[in-house]
Design a protein around this ligand. Structure first.
Ligand code: TRP
Length: 439
């Protein structure tokens, strides 16, 4: 067990202008988490990812500035956490290529964002890949590089990102397997279901795509105007109001203490007028936002200072982690100084290199036939019983050719083994066969 603090890493896509929903759902909880003891936190602006969608240079620059200023204004402390810009750590893109070369294309085909684009094209009668860039397709590999380059243990994300973290684990496992060592920590997604999703002005989820947002740092007068435009029912002052399903109430709750919220609920029961309720909501939001807004305006006025903070974070991170890691990884994959002695010549017997996993077929005392997939001492997969050895052999062959899904196979995973490990073992076997065929 390593004694190092838990590494928590999260990327912030630099697009658009942050709104109250982003603040309550992402920024605020992340900043609270960044103060947890015994953690090393990494927060970065995913500007390379943003190029997939936004290809307007001025907007990309502006959005990066605004989002950096938002996180700093909201209390992220660059002296205590790593705060940097993805594009300032070019080793990330180099690692992305190393991962690309072990990543299964079939896995990328299944990524939600890519599949959604294909589905839309099909529905429109277009070619599957019409308007799909290779950038969108490779998105998960870049994201895996972001995470693996700093060996993050935990990655706080929304539900929609879980699949990407699973892919990062898969690529890491394959790389570890192919290059014979635990180069990468396998990251875990951390999804916090307790954080609120805020409703927007019309009561639906606050989202840019519904055009119902309250931007985080609009001037006070505009914030007030927006709060007063929140949709309510037409109950009169004096009529009891329901808190259930009330956007106004949910917004209030996100900014008030539990006591204040209880008082607000009581006031609903007693028939508070909507105008009064909106004024109270405005007051609690403004109480929390006003000091941040002031810092934000201050920061935005000095973009050079933000630039310095980001560059400094990126520079220190590269020196401490990224550059040394890539030096090792280049060596591991064989991008080496030609003058230095090769540690293992490639014509050495395969046994001198990492031995690939093997399928073993055998007969038990019960007279029936079995197989297992073993990697050294470790059992990765254990079959059920077969009546004939041929059945066992055919099952192995179908598994290896991908004709039989692991989940459907009459076999169970070994202790503590997951499906991705078995898949990586199949890949290693295929690679070993290909090598044999070529020699
Ligand atoms: N894809 C993430 C999102 O859209 C942003 C992101 C990029 C990210 N790289 C990451 C999140 C690495 C966590 C870890 O929200």
């Amino acid at each position: 067990m390593s004694q190092r603090p838990q590494r928590v890493l999260t990327g912030i896509t630099t697009s658009g202008t942050p709104h109250l929903g982003n603040y309550v759902g992402a920024v605020r909880p992340a900043i609270i988490a960044s103060r947890a003891p015994n953690t090393e936190s990494f927060y970065f602006l995913a500007d390379l990812h943003s190029l997939i969608k936004a290809q307007d240079p001025a907007r990309t620059q502006r959005s990066t500035l605004e989002i950096a200023a938002t996180w700093l204004a909201a209390g992220l402390d660059p002296a205590k956490v790593w705060f940097y810009r993805q594009s300032d750590v070019p080793e990330t893109t180099e690692l992305m290529w190393l991962l690309t070369c072990v990543a299964g294309k079939g896995i990328l085909n299944r990524a939600h964002a890519y599949k959604a684009a294909v589905d839309r094209n099909r529905a429109d009668g277009e070619d599957d890949d019409a308007t799909v860039t290779a950038g969108l397709f490779m998105y998960p590999v870049l994201m895996a590089a972001d995470i693996l380059i700093f060996n993050a243990d935990r990655v706080p994300v929304g539900r929609d990102q879980i699949q990407h973290i699973e892919m990062a684990r898969d690529f890491a496992q394959r790389f570890n397997h192919v290059y014979g060592r635990d180069w990468f920590t396998l990251p875990e997604a951390a999804v916090d279901d307790s954080v609120a999703t805020l409703p927007g002005l019309d009561g639906r989820k606050m989202s840019k795509s519904y055009d119902n947002t309250i931007p985080l740092f609009v001037p006070q007068a505009q914030l007030k105007k927006l709060v007063f435009s929140i949709l309510t029912d037409s109950k009169m002052p004096g009529e009891a109001k329901s808190t259930e399903g009330s956007a106004l109430f949910q917004l209030y709750q996100a900014f008030a203490t539990p006591d204040e919220t209880a008082g607000f609920a009581a006031a609903f029961g007693e028939g508070i007028g909507w105008g009064d309720a909106k004024q109270q909501l405005f007051d609690v939001v403004e109480r929390e936002i006003a000091p941040m807004r002031e810092r934000y305006e201050d920061l935005i006025a000095r973009p050079g200072d933000i630039e310095d903070i980001l560059r400094d974070g990126g520079r220190r991170l590269r020196e401490r982690y990224a550059i040394p890691l890539l030096r090792e990884l280049r060596d591991a994959v064989g991008l080496r100084n030609l003058g230095s002695a090769a540690s293992i010549p490639s014509d050495a017997p395969a046994s001198a290199r990492a031995a690939p996993p093997v399928f073993k077929q055998y007969r038990e005392a019960d007279g029936r036939f079995y197989f297992k997939l073993v990697d050294g001492e470790r059992v990765l997969l254990q079959s059920a019983a077969f009546d004939a050895p041929r059945d066992a052999g055919q099952t192995i062959a179908r598994l290896r050719r991908g004709e039989l899904a692991l989940a459907d196979a009459p076999a169970t995973l070994g202790d503590g083994v997951d499906a991705a490990t078995v898949q990586a073992a199949f890949d290693a076997l295929a690679a070993a066969d290909a090598e044999k065929a070529a020699s």
